[in-house]
Design a protein around this ligand. Structure first.
Ligand code: SF4
Length: 366
């Protein structure tokens, strides 16, 4: 059995750690590239959202490399993510590819687990007793690595906005993540965090700089994956902006599990703030994008960048409302709609213009 999973942000680091620790063979799909996108686009309906196409491309490439078991997260309505597995299975079968599929339910409740009963029964036949008994420990290692990745990425967001040599933080972040990737035990992960923080701390910074503060909101896949968003977070950082985002793997996993009081409280705050514009929960990140923008404006942020894939239903709703929020509060919001035709130069130009405008506002009003 060789498992594979989508390529999303730093997900490969901790998914790989889970598989390695549990002694399960795996294939990491190649980094999302033009080929990945071409494959996904070629075999999808053109109206489907961009993450669907990219994930499909990831799976085709991983299956070509010998993977035979796909692990994919599920979701509920109205977001299309809840239907990804059904449709992608049909497409992969039509392509003559052979695989088994395991959907991780969005909520770990009994109906969801029962729905997965057949898939899990099949997979269990392939697992040894050692695989099964070490699995809880493997999950713990995976969780620790995921939290470590996020800690280093969050530190990089602060350092990047103050770096003296443009691009230095990104280089150091990649070095720190590579060190973390090699760590095999809980202790080694702790050491890799300390080492990673040292590496990022070695970046020359202008500590007197008061960077602009911008929050990135929007569809989780486009917010969390630099390949899809064409490095928006990094570009903003290198323009001297301190970026904040609330979409992290840990925040979404904790929400699915219904744990993490702080995380739930924050999401509820955003949801409640959105209700003055929206009378109900649209689903996915729609309400959070709106509520977070309102609260960031009140918290003194300089602006919000709203990321969404072309044809994303919840975020299309959010973008219309964000126009009004921006007008009502006099608060700058830049919505970037990303699709497979995206030209990186366009994103850079839009971000540069947005940052120039924020700078001008800061000088004028503060
Ligand atoms: S949130 Fe939008 S882009 Fe993401 S899966 Fe749902 S519909 Fe597609």
């Amino acid at each position: 059995m060789k498992v594979t999973f989508p390529h999303l942000g730093t997900m490969h680091i901790f998914c790989k750690a889970i598989a390695e620790t549990a002694g399960i063979d795996y294939i990491v799909p190649p980094k999302t590239s033009k080929r990945t996108l071409t494959l996904g686009v070629k075999h999808s309906n053109e109206c489907i959202c961009l993450p669907f196409k990219i994930i499909l491309g990831n799976f085709i490439e991983a299956l070509e490399l010998g993977a035979d078991t796909i692990v994919m997260v599920g979701s509920g309505p109205p977001c299309r993510l809840g239907l990804y597995d059904l449709v992608q299975k049909v497409i992969l079968e039509d392509l003559g590819l052979h695989y088994r599929w395991l959907t991780i339910p969005p909520r770990l409740d009994w109906p969801a687990l029962l729905k997965n009963r057949d898939e899990t029964r099949e997979l269990k036949k392939e697992l040894s007793l050692k695989n099964i008994t070490t699995f809880p420990y493997a999950l713990w290692i995976g969780w620790k690595k995921m939290m470590a990745c996020e800690r280093l990425e969050k530190l990089a967001l602060r350092v990047r906005a103050r770096e003296v040599i443009t691009g230095r933080t990104e280089k150091m972040l990649q070095k720190a993540l590579a060190g973390l990737d090699k760590a095999k035990t809980g202790r080694a992960i702790e050491r890799a965090i300390i080492e990673g923080e040292k590496i990022l701390g070695s970046v020359d910074q202008d500590r007197g700089r008061q960077p602009l503060r911008v929050a990135i909101v929007g569809e989780l896949y486009t917010v969390m994956d630099p390949q899809i968003n064409r490095g928006v977070e990094r570009k903003l950082g290198e323009m001297g902006v301190e970026v904040t985002r609330t979409s992290w793997f840990s925040s979404h996993i904790l929400r699915s599990l219904g744990v993490g009081r702080e995380n739930r409280r924050e999401r509820l705050r955003y949801y409640r703030a959105s209700l003055q514009y929206l009378g109900y929960d649209v689903g996915a990140e729609c309400n959070v994008s709106i509520g977070e923008t309102i609260l960031r404006a009140k918290d003194g942020y300089d602006g919000v960048v709203h990321l969404m894939p072309f044809a994303c239903m919840p975020e299309t709703t959010a973008s219309g409302i964000l126009d009004r929020v921006s007008r009502d509060l006099g608060f700058p919001v830049l919505t970037l709609i990303l699709d497979e035709q995206e030209n990186e130069g366009r994103i850079t130009t839009l971000l540069e213009a947005f940052v120039d405008m924020l700078m001008w506002r800061r000088q004028r009003f503060h």
